[in-house]
Design a protein around this ligand. Sequence first.
Ligand code: HEC
Length: 132
Amino acid sequence: MNVRSISVPPRTTTSLVLAIIVIALCAAGPAGATGNAARGQTLYKGCADCHSINENGVGPMHKGVVGRKAGSVAGYDYSPDLKNSGIVWTEENLDKWLTGPQAMVPETKMFFDVPDAQDRADIIAYLKEKAK
Ligand code: HEC
């Protein structure tokens, strides 16, 4: 990121405030974004075309997904690549997964991504709370 503006004396309070916001956002980073589970519940509707918490559908159920080993739900027919990936669904890995499943597991059969870091953090917060 370009931090040059910080070394220049701010001309107005507004630019100082903006600089502080930019620094705060950069420090938080994608994995560090704080998730809002209530917002995540609304966003999860986008996942619900294929997933639910308690039942397998197009995608595997999400019960206990945070901390779970990838490809481990009984009775769900995973792609061999995801099944053998050795991934554990930590919050960090879920963030990576939702950024682009194919970048993490090239032959996966999940074709859906969540480009916004805050949206990802909110969805993960929801899964952590509601899909225990
Ligand atoms: C269009 C259907 C579809 C949508 C929408 C979708 N997924 Fe998936 N998802 C899948 C499929 C299919 C798999 C199994 C992938 C495989 O076996 O390679 C999967 C797998 C997963 C896994 C791995 C689970 C495990 O047991 O290893 C996670 C986590 C996941 N999805 C989360 C999400 C979340 C969160 C959303 C919403 C932001 C979402 N998915 C949206 C189809 C979808």
